[in-house]
Design a protein around this ligand. Structure first.
Ligand code: ADP
Ligand code: MG
Length: 677
């Protein structure tokens, strides 16, 4: 068997399991080995029944008195008595009707499960049971618990992984072998095998340390390399002019918050140096990031340089152009502002580009299509990017190529990097936070809507519209994949048109022509259109204070950051606002969504996200394998110091990163973050 063989070749793995694996992205033997457990339960200590106490227990016993019956709501209940020399204990299985037939009464079993109160009696609930003579996989040992799905239980995974365990030896360490060896760490291949079937807790901890090391090392290395690269670059120095800053602030229609002042000052200090700035401004939706960016731009314009400002969508670029021209006007700088978009007429676009090339001190606003506009960037001193995480490409390096130098870089986002990650792994990142909100925003009431409550939700929606408010309805994708797909915005749109009639409903998504998108957006902004069904194209920046209801279909499909962005579209005006999460099926709402409903603060949500998914899942596919391990704990000082030593070791060796394909891919992923890309 080879690592690249499909999972079908594993003995005992049938078509059903193969399909369930595929759903989890597990195609090959290697994928399965890299599908890591979420946690481990220690059932390794076998105790006499006489000595068991509530909690996880393992016993070695015979089983008798096996009975099966139907309980309330058709639930099947199988019960039995397990006995050893010391005592007896009741076993109970819910909805596992096959149990009764599979158990034999004169057999010694390992039995592991949770001993607890159930319907007023103590019993071991849903225990794993294995014949003693076998090598136990599910009981009487440290047991791996995997991310499961409806058709994929941890015991199925364990059985399949056990069959291919010898193949783990062939797994290649993405890191240079001398690094881990030099630090006395377990080999990568052995760590993979061990994490599935550890013999002892110590061995398990060593394996975890090794796998976490592999996760952190590329990020720390990226951090170190970026810092080194930036120090070697030369940027245009933008002199700080206090009079200009004062004048700008004096002409503002509002008072800057203390946070805005502090962050602007940090930026001015960074730009007044010949090492390129590399700063990320983080602030929740509505925290006033735009004016901070404009203050940076004003200083660059005054110094005689170009500034480029990229927004993720044309819609936003145009919206920014309006607000920014209002800010520049009192300073007499409005002539510097140039908007370049893809939907402009060819003639207007040429005029705009000509002007950008003719003048030195310009503020050029557009989307990432600025990269292909043909503007001469040689005089570019400052690049500002709004909502960076929406772009796929490395604009900064592309502009560096065109400009033949590295501009100062300011990245603006409502999706913060979790503090713990920033402090430990990406310690060289320059972060600025806008925590205080200028105008007090309404807290947004977040509600989980079960499918059975859908009609009640429609009543709420109708009521909101009849009170003169507006609503966004968001779905995860555009077109239905099959007849049962209720999450496609086209389907949602048709259904709502029917159910909300005569209230008009509009539809907007990224595959529509830009002018139609503009037209629909304009009618929503002007309040003619009360309900707007859309994909996440409205995720960032759109500002309609009269919209007070956000409904998200299939919220399970969205990340926490995205949900938070979407929720931030409402609560912008004087009226109370709500966000409804329309759950797709009757499964229990994920704890993640419940937490989301409780937490309003974007910084807090980012920590939660890190905790739930791990940094690899948040920042691209840094992780080995396709499973989400989320096993990284950033408060482990031993891990952090080992990883730092590892990076030193690698850098001292003078080794070439490009010798290690997988590692260099992981490092460039992480560098997207350290370069704030
Ligand atoms: P975001 O951080 O989401 O990009 P914006 O920069 O668009 O937020 O600002 C949101 C709104 O708050 C804008 O209308 C802006 O003019 C306003 N604003 C920004 N700073 C202040 C302030 N210090 N006082 C009052 N209003 C402000
Ligand atoms: Mg913004």
């Amino acid at each position: 068997m080879l690592l690249s063989d499909p999972v079908d070749v594993i003995p005992g793995v049938g078509p059903k399991t193969v399909a369930a694996f595929r759903e989890k992205g597990i195609q090959s033997v290697e994928d399965l080995l890299l599908y890591l457990p979420r946690r481990h339960d220690d059932f390794s200590h076998i105790v006499d029944i006489r000595h068991i106490s509530p909690g996880p227990v393992s016993i070695q016993a015979k089983i008798n008195n096996i009975t099966s019956r139907r309980g309330r709501r058709g639930m099947s209940i199988t019960e039995a008595i397990a006995s050893d020399d010391s005592d007896s204990v009741k076993l109970v299985w819910f909805n596992q009707p096959y149990r009764a037939a599979s158990l034999k009464t004169d057999q010694q079993y390992f039995i592991s499960g949770n001993y607890k109160l159930s319907y007023h009696h103590y019993a071991i609930i849903n225990p794993s049971v294995e014949i003693c003579s076998d090598v136990p996989l599910n009981s009487a040992r440290i047991v791996s618990i995997y991310p499961e799905s409806k058709n994929l239980s941890s015991s199925t995974i364990r059985r399949a992984v056990y069959r291919i365990l010898p193949q783990a030896e062939a797994i290649v360490d993405p890191l240079p072998s001398y690094v881990a060896a030099g630090l006395g760490l377990m080999s990568y291949a052995r760590a993979i095998a061990t994490i599935h079937f550890p013999q002892t807790i110590d061995e398990l901890n060593d394996a975890k340390l090794r796998l976490q090391f592999n996760e952190i090392f590329p990020m720390l290395l990226a951090n170190a390399l970026t810092t080194k690269e930036l120090r070697a670059q030369h940027a245009f120095r933008i002199m700080f002019q206090p009079d200009l800053a004062r004048k700008f602030v004096a002409k503002l229609p509002f008072q800057l918050t203390d946070d805005q002042r502090r962050v602007t000052w940090q930026i001015y200090q960074d730009m007044d140096a010949d090492i390129p700035m590399n700063r990320l401004v983080e602030g929740d939706v509505g925290s006033g990031k735009t004016v901070v960016a404009v203050m940076a731009a004003v200083m660059s314009i005054a110094a005689g340089y170009k500034t480029a400002f990229m927004a993720p969508t044309e819609l936003l670029a145009k919206q920014h152009s309006t607000t920014i021209s209002r800010l520049l006007e009192p300073l007499g700088l409005i002539d510097s502002l140039i908007l370049i978009t893809g939907s402009m007429s060819a003639k207007d676009r040429r005029l705009a580009i000509d002007k950008a090339n003719r003048m030195d001190n310009t503020f050029i606003l557009g989307t990432h299509s600025l990269l292909t506009s043909g503007v001469d960037w040689s005089n570019l001193a400052l690049l500002i990017i709004d909502e960076q995480h929406r772009f796929g490409v490395d604009q900064r390096r592309e502009l560096q190529r065109q400009a033949r130098h590295l501009p100062h870089f300011l990245s603006i986002t409502a999706t913060p990097i979790p503090r713990s990650l920033a402090l430990t792994v990406f310690s060289d990142l320059k972060l600025s936070k806008l925590k205080t909100m200028p105008a007090r925003r309404q807290p947004i009431n977040t509600v989980l809507v079960a499918p059975t409550d859908f009609n009640r939700f429609l009543d709420k929606l109708r009521h909101e519209i009849n009170s003169g408010r507006q609503a966004y309805i968001v779905g995860p994708h555009i077109r239905a994949t099959d007849n049962n797909d209720k999450l496609a915005v086209e389907t949602i749109f048709t259904e709502l048109q029917r159910k909300m009639s005569p209230i008009p409903v509009g539809l907007i998504h990224g595959q529509m022509p830009a002018d139609e998108q503009d037209r629909i957006m304009a009618s929503f902004i002007s309040r003619q259109l009360p309900i707007l069904v859309s994909t996440t194209v409205i995720e960032v920046g759109v500002d309609v204070p009269n919209a007070t209801l956000m409904a998200i279909f299939g919220p399970e499909r969205f990340g926490l950051a995205q949900l938070h962005q979407l929720r931030g579209r409402v609560g912008r005006g004087e009226h109370e606002s709500s966000c409804y999460l329309i759950l797709s099926d009757s499964f229990e709402p994920l704890p993640r969504l419940r937490q989301f409903a409780r937490i309003q603060d974007g910084f807090e949500l980012s920590e939660l996200d890190l905790h739930l998914r791990g940094p690899g899942a948040i920042y691209g596919k840094l992780q080995h394998g396709k499973g989400t391990s989320a096993i990284l704990t950033l408060d482990d000082q031993n891990l952090l110091s080992k990883s730092r030593d590892g990076v030193d070791l690698f850098l001292k060796q003078g080794d070439n990163l490009l010798n290690y394909n997988q590692l260099s891919a992981m490092v460039s992923q992480a560098q997207q973050l350290t370069y704030l890309n």
